[in-house]
Design a protein around this ligand. Structure first.
Ligand SMILES: *Cc1c(COP(=O)(O)O)cnc(C)c1O
Length: 356
């Protein structure tokens, strides 16, 4: 069998969720959208079901998978409904919904609602992606409360730059949120993972940690709280071929790398079809038998090549870690011009092996 696989450490997931709750002292929705950032949403939800206050996903399709797998906690749809026909299922399955634009308000006004909805009403405090403007927010909040169609309203916003610890934007967003919502009753929710880790003054009543649950830091530099997270995913494979190449020879597609010395090349069963980033540059760290070496040449669909010249004890069958507890996904992501979120979400084809 092809040796490429991902190991998912469910104990680390539980550790990271409880750490998020410990940092904030609030309730926490575990964000498990996009198949739990590639980790497998059902297994992750089942693992957290004993401790989690609720879950958050991107859409009703993702929420239905969880309910049908027996998950009974609240499940928030982070963009609410896309089509008014979803409102029937939302009531039937008791999903919580974000409301973020006027089209949804119109849908709600026209719909027959038998079971009042739990709503998270989104305020745009400066990210300008989704949410209502500060000057209309209070009136919408009041209209919802008097509509008879909602059971509760959580005041919610989202940060655009909380991963930049010295950036004033988050303070401005927090100020806007506090000013806009001060006179409105109800619980509040502001923080994604970087908010949880670096902005204690913004914790509110509900946090929404995503990437930190999977043990990856959202920051580009070292951060004390993030250092306490445990990586959940380990992406592994093996060396499937080894050969010696003289100096001055090209390796792989496009001859993007030319050997600078007589080089012992190791071929790894891992490629961009597995989710390994094609844009990872020569030099991107890779662990072979737990020792660091580097990628050489272009990543192809099913294979990539590494330099084994300085690892003479390693060879055919040696274990390879692409990221995991010995090599942070965020470091690999940096070499590929992306973020660990994308590396995890892109995971494909490789089997996932779970352990507790
Ligand atoms: C995805 C998402 C989160 C989680 O963000 P992380 O940076 O992964 O912690 C929180 N809130 C909303 C609205 C989201 O869409």
């Amino acid at each position: 069998m092809r040796p490429a696989h991902a190991i998912i450490d469910l104990g680390a997931l539980r550790h990271n969720y409880l750490l998020a709750k410990q940092f904030s002292g609030t309730r926490a929705l575990a964000v498990i959208k996009a198949n739990a950032y590639g980790h497998g949403a059902i297994r992750c939800a089942q693992t957290l079901s004993a401790s989690a206050d609720g879950f958050a996903v991107a859409c009703i399709e993702e929420a239905l998978l969880l309910r049908n797998a027996g998950i009974q906690q609240p499940i928030l749809l982070l963009e609410g409904w896309f089509d008014a026909t979803e409102l029937a299922l939302i009531q039937q399955y008791d999903f919580w919904v974000v409301i973020h634009h006027h089209g949804q308000l119109r849908d709600l006004a026209e719909a027959a609602i038998e079971r009042p909805l739990h709503v998270w009403l989104k305020l745009d405090t400066g990210m300008h992606r989704v949410g209502f403007k500060p000057d209309e927010y209070g009136e919408i909040w009041r209209t919802l409360h008097t509509s008879g169609k909602v059971a509760s309203v959580v005041k919610m916003t989202h940060f655009s730059r909380a991963d930049e610890p010295d950036c004033e934007t988050t303070e401005h967003q927090l100020l806007c949120f506090n000013e806009t919502t001060a006179a409105l009753e109800g619980l509040s929710s502001l923080c994604n993972s970087p908010g949880v880790l670096a902005w204690p003054q913004a914790h509110g009543d509900w946090i929404r940690p995503g990437i930190m649950l999977y043990g990856a830091s959202p920051f580009s530099d070292a951060q004390n709280n993030a250092a306490r997270l445990k990586p959940v995913m380990q992406l592994n494979s093996q060396i499937i071929a080894v050969h010696d190449v003289p100096r001055g020879e090209p390796i792989g597609y496009g001859a993007q790398f030319i050997t600078q010395r007589p080089t012992r090349v190791g071929v790894v069963a891992m490629g961009y079809a597995d989710g390994y980033p094609r844009h990872a540059k020569t030099g991107t760290p890779v662990l072979v038998d737990n020792q660091r070496t580097g990628l050489i040449g272009r990543v192809s669909m099913d294979m990539l090549t590494v330099d084994l010249t300085d690892l003479p004890a390693s060879g055919l069958g040696s274990t390879v870690q692409l990221w995991g507890d010995g090599l942070a996904a965020s470091e690999v992501a940096h070499w590929a011009g992306t973020i660990p979120y994308q590396l995890f979400c892109n995971l494909n084809r490789v089997p996932r092996h779970y352990f507790n």
